[in-house]
Design a protein around this ligand. Sequence first.
Ligand code: 0L1
Ligand code: MG
Length: 259
Amino acid sequence: MTSDPRCPLDIDALARRLDEAQTGVTDTPSLSDDHELTVDNAYAVQSALITRREHRGETVVGVKLGFTSKAKMAQMGVSEVIVGRLTDVMAVADGGKLELGPFIHPRIEPEVAYRLGRDVDLDDAGTSIESCVDAIAPAMEIIDSRYRDFRFTYTDVVADNTSAAAFVIGPWQPVHPVADRAVRMRVAGVEVVGSTAAILGNPVRALHALAGICVRRRIPLRAGQVILAGAATAALPLGPGAAECDIAGLGRVTVEVTR
Ligand code: 0L1
Ligand code: MG
């Protein structure tokens, strides 16, 4: 488990540090300041973090992708997307209320969501993840890095469950192609526009990337789980007021943010 001469690596201690940052609503310095995490170590910390949440009674209800835009990959100097886990406690109802209290410095981004109609068999190379998806919806993700000033390395953010904090999903629809759809998100009067093409050129590619990582990392993909495919625009700071997202031909999702 030890990989850095500067500081012995204790996966559970790192997970506890990130977990306490989240539950205590207090940021923490980048783990990389005093540890040299490998990608394997980082996913191990993420798994330990999720185990802690499960011990508190939370249930994993889906997965999310990050770094699905060329701009973000270039910024981080990486070429592989990252995967995090979503729990039931992170889910907010469409049109519902979201209180800012539990978040450190939240941001929000427009996303495309898929739903799995059946389990993905990670041991069957012939299984197409697309054939396991039974619905698609507009969505927004709230990201809230537990790191000070959102300053992190690639492995830091994997360990921190890819900044996952909350999500809201609009009305589910039968699956249809959404390769290049206009996206508009408005948050407390600030608007950002973009395209679903920002998600790996086509959100369906996010499904393929996800399947590859889940096979390698043994992250289960179960019937009923949701998949957030990645951000269609840059994230906006999340403040009080209405947050809404429209995706052409896919629909609309809203949430009312309160202090
Ligand atoms: O969901 C995302 O694309 C965000 C991944 C983590 C990076 C960040 O916190 O900005
Ligand atoms: Mg996201």
